[in-house]
Design a protein around this ligand. Structure first.
Ligand code: UDP
Length: 381
């Protein structure tokens, strides 16, 4: 017994939302849990830290938004939310536009004032580009949705920087995340509930993992002793990358990575908005966050801004976005089959374990569904 020193019922690999919800729910039912994380902090990519009294989201902007009342009520057990509404501004070579695509954007782009005028303009551009009944890729999807001007200025450069490949080689579902609205409404999300935790995200995880039945070991790599962990623990919840769990037997799944550059400024308002997207192809970063605008709890006179740079992924980099194209989806299916074979022993969860472009609320939902299944017999007795 090297690792399972306390007769733990569960080993949970990864302290992000999936693993932490699982741990919290297991402990609530009297189960003993050991959590390990290779990083030196809990919370996965939701982790936030204080800098100059400001909550900095270490792995990029996290705005919680959902339509799922159960998920919203669940997370609200652990934190209070502020009333932040994401309203992103786009910069294209110095021209400024509101996002997501709405009546303000259309007015700024074309001077159209009514929904009818805007719809006519988009229809005219769609016709000129040749109507596409079944868009095959992101470029076709975007043009059929919003026309060529917006595609060229606000989508193409940003998307190709973010994904590192041509918009004609990307799946169309990525762009479906962004709403198109014939209203003067700059709210980036269509969801009913939205906000940022008033004390940052890390405090949510501290509360979830506070039970005496949960032990957390940081800076510990599962793969340094995988066989021993598998032998010693009756059940493992694994939220790392699924291909690495199976030693890449079916090849590597591709990811897109990011890196962040933080700057501290002697000002309490550098850019006048929480997020500004740089949608041209030349600017090397995709967006700039000014964290004090996500909440107003910072020291006077200082501001922290962060530039987000997309980068190629390799095993030494953090994995952010799964590249869910055909090739990778086929590889993932093979790993899913491997996972099914050991389902009694290991459960795979989270963005990395499921190779899904999950939003936070989707991970919460998935974890709650899986928890209900896991403890079905326990809860019934
Ligand atoms: N997108 C874009 N222009 C923008 C912002 C987003 O074309 O200014 C597209 C782009 O293809 C991107 C997708 O919309 O990959 C989703 O963007 P979102 O901001 O939702 O991505 P996330 O916040 O998850 O990185």
């Amino acid at each position: 017994m090297k690792h399972n020193t306390k007769n733990y019922d569960y080993l949970i690999v990864g302290t992000g939302p999936y693993g932490s919800i699982f741990a919290y729910e297991a402990a609530k039912r009297g189960k003993r849990v050991l959590m390990i994380d290779k990083r030196d902090h809990i919370g996965g990519n939701m982790y936030t830290r204080k800098e100059q009294g400001i909550n900095v989201h270490e792995y990029g902007a996290h705005i919680f938004h959902t339509d799922n009342k159960e998920v919203w009520d669940y997370i609200n057990q652990f934190t209070e939310f502020n009333n932040y509404i994401n309203q992103v501004v786009a910069d294209y070579k110095g021209e400024r536009y509101n996002l997501p695509f709405n009546m303000n954007t259309f007015y700024q782009m074309w001077g159209t004032k009514t929904p009818e005028e805007a719809a006519a303009k988009i229809a005219e551009q769609r016709e000129a580009a040749g109507v596409i009944a079944h868009p095959k890729n992101l470029e076709e999807q975007a043009i059929s949705l919003i026309g060529t001007d917006i595609y060229e200025k606000l989508i193409k450069g940003y998307t190709e920087k973010q994904w590192g490949r041509s918009a004609t080689e990307l799946p169309s579902f990525i762009i479906k995340r962004l709403p198109v609205r014939y209203l003067y409404d700059n709210n980036y999300f269509n969801h009913r509930y939205q906000g940022v935790p008033v004390n940052g995200y890390t405090s949510i995880f501290e509360k979830m993992l506070a039970s005496d039945l949960i032990d957390v070991q940081l800076g510990v790599n599962f793969f340094a002793d995988k066989e021993a962990y598998l032998a010693e623990f009756p059940r493992i919840i694994y939220t790392g990358m699924i291909d690495s769990f199976f030693d890449y037997i079916h090849g590597e799944l591709e990811w897109r990575s990011l890196h962040f550059e933080h700057e501290i400024h002697d000002s309490n308002n550098v850019q006048g908005n929480a997020v500004i997207n740089y949608t041209d192809a030349e600017t090397p970063y995709t967006r700039v966050m000014e964290w004090r605008h996500f909440d107003q709890n910072s020291d006077e006179g200082k501001s922290v801004i962060t530039k987000e740079y997309p980068q190629n992924w390799d095993k030494t980099k953090e994995a952010y976005y799964p590249v869910n194209d055909h090739k990778n989806s086929e590889i993932f299916k093979l790993y899913r089959k491997e996972a099914d074979k050991i389902a009694d022993k290991v459960k795979f969860g989270g963005r990395l374990g499921n190779y899904q472009y999950y939003d936070m609320d989707m991970v919460f939902h998935a974890a709650l569904v899986d928890v209900a299944k896991e403890f079905k017999n326990f809860d019934a007795s």
